[in-house]
Design a binder for this molecule. Structure first.
Ligand code: APR
Length: 249
């Protein structure tokens, strides 16, 4: 393990333009469950019933009740963990330029990263299905399901549901970041959901080195990534950042 941490730190110390792609795994130590694997949300819910835009449009009340209201409680309490803080430190050290995240929890921004692409949107804002006006989730009364705008329309979260495309601007920014980096860290990401999982492939094809931080192997392991630190994000990032500081400061 120490050897993999040291190798990762050496790659980071030598890199000039680092991009991170993060998934649900980086927020697990903040108390937010992942989607897949043990304890994952998709063990409890059928993603096509609660995570698909058609399901939401068919029965918004059901989706709000089942998934979204449950997530709100968890998201409100969550704070950045050493995984998020480590990425913020790498930005402060001038290494990390952009975080592409599939997470909707806003924890990278809270940790201090400034260039964050929220690939799957976020849960901090809601949008009215009728008039299109936006409101912060914390300002909306979620005791009435589904929550409604002053115009009477139903609010939806500004997350990307299954069946919806990635907003073109976010897709563009991510593709540019992926093709401009010399090192991509893929942290807590199962790499099964497209097009996010394609970003490391773009980076690799553009000549970047790909390193994963994930206790489990993924579809990228042994194909796209050159090494995987098989450890939880918080513990791994703390050790990696300390080793990078030792090398560059
Ligand atoms: N540290 C690092 N990685 C972890 C940790 C941890 N503490 N705990 C779990 N993991 C890893 C798992 O091994 C897995 O590879 O995080 C990954 C989580 O995978 P998913 O739950 O599939 O999360 P993600 O890759 O973000 O999913 C992509 O799927 O349903 C959709 O829209 C949802 O954005 C999400 C997308």
């Amino acid at each position: 393990m120490d050897d993999l941490i040291q190798k990762t730190a050496e790659h980071l110390a030598a890199a000039k333009h680092v991009v991170a792609l993060t998934g649900a795994g980086i927020s697990v130590e903040s108390g937010i469950p992942p989607f897949r694997g043990k304890g994952g949300l998709w063990e409890k819910f059928d993603p096509m019933e609660v995570g698909h835009i058609d399901a939401f449009m068919r029965d918004p009340e059901k989706v709000w009740r089942l998934l979204i209201s449950e997530m709100r409680g968890v998201l409100e309490k969550a704070r950045p963990n050493p995984g998020h803080l480590g990425l913020a430190r790498l930005e402060a050290l001038g290494k990390l330029k952009t975080v592409i995240t599939q997470n909707i929890d806003g924890l990278h921004q809270l940790a201090g990263n400034r260039d964050v692409v929220e690939f799957h949107g976020n849960f901090a804002w809601l949008r009215c299905l009728d008039c299109g006006s936006r409101e912060q989730t914390v300002a909306v009364d979620l005791s009435r399901m589904p929550p409604r705008c002053a115009c009477g329309g139903i609010y939806r979260p500004e997350c990307v549901f299954f069946g919806e495309g990635i907003p073109p601007m976010d897709l563009d920014r991510s593709q540019i970041a992926a093709s401009s980096c010399d090192l991509m860290l893929v942290v807590g990401c199962s790499a099964v959901v497209q097009p996010a999982a394609f970003m490391p492939v773009i980076a690799r094809q553009s000549g970047a080195t790909i390193i994963e931080i994930n206790p489990e192997p993924t579809l990228l392991t042994g194909t796209t990534s050159i090494l995987r630190v098989p450890e939880k994000a918080g513990k791994a990032m703390k050790a990696i950042v300390a080793a990078v500081e030792h090398l560059v400061l």
